[in-house]
Design a protein around this ligand. Structure first.
Ligand code: DAT
Length: 169
């Protein structure tokens, strides 16, 4: 099964990916995958991060069993999308602690308030499993995701979250 592990930056993807790697899953970090397959469209000096050419990368077949860690991974050809959400009130200090500038913090904070990654993931067509990572430990979060694929069937399963009120605060 090819799993996209996605969510707004800071929501906990890489933490969960490390747990999955410990359990023997093949984890692909999207930025590494893009470099390997010549799908880097440039370098963003402000972010000190590569801009990923998703259209090119989407043409590259993924291994049949893998977890792709990255906030654009839901745009690749995957079987299921695991979407981690994070209460924006918790996300902001995480992003600030990471050294993001005010503009980048605000942009990601607003994206989380407005369900941006969820909307993109739903547009992709693969079933989406959404879980609130801000009220679970990484281990609890992993169990909750894994429980949705235990019978072999992949179904959409969106835990309700609504952080639109954070925009009014
Ligand atoms: P991402 O890869 O989505 O950018 P991350 O895995 O680097 O996010 O996590 C960002 C920070 O949040 C990091 O300091 C670890 C912390 N964190 C991740 N998952 C968590 C959880 N479920 N509960 C509490 N803190 C968490």
């Amino acid at each position: 099964m090819r799993i996209a592990l996605t969510g707004t930056p800071g929501c906990g993807k890489t933490t969960l990916a490390a747990l999955l790697a410990d359990r023997g899953h093949q984890v692909i970090h999207l930025a590494d995958w893009a470099r390997k397959h010549d799908a880097v469209a440039g370098h963003d000096a402000e972010d000190d991060a590569d801009a990923i050419d998703v259209d090119t990368l989407a043409q590259v077949p993924l291994p049949p069993d893998c977890v792709v860690d990255g906030h654009l991974s839901h745009l690749l050809g995957v079987d299921v999308v695991w979407l981690i959400r994070c209460d924006p009130a918790l996300l902001r200090p995480r992003l600030e602690a990471r050294g993001y500038g005010p503009g980048k913090v605000q942009e990601n904070w607003e994206a989380e308030c407005m369900d941006l990654v969820l909307q993109e993931a739903l547009d992709g067509g693969a079933p989406v499993v959404q879980r609130d990572g801000s009220r679970r430990s990484p281990e609890e979060l992993l169990s909750s995701f894994e429980a949705t694929s235990s019978g072999g069937s992949l179904k959409q399963d969106l835990e309700p979250v609504d952080w639109s009120h954070r925009l009014m605060e």
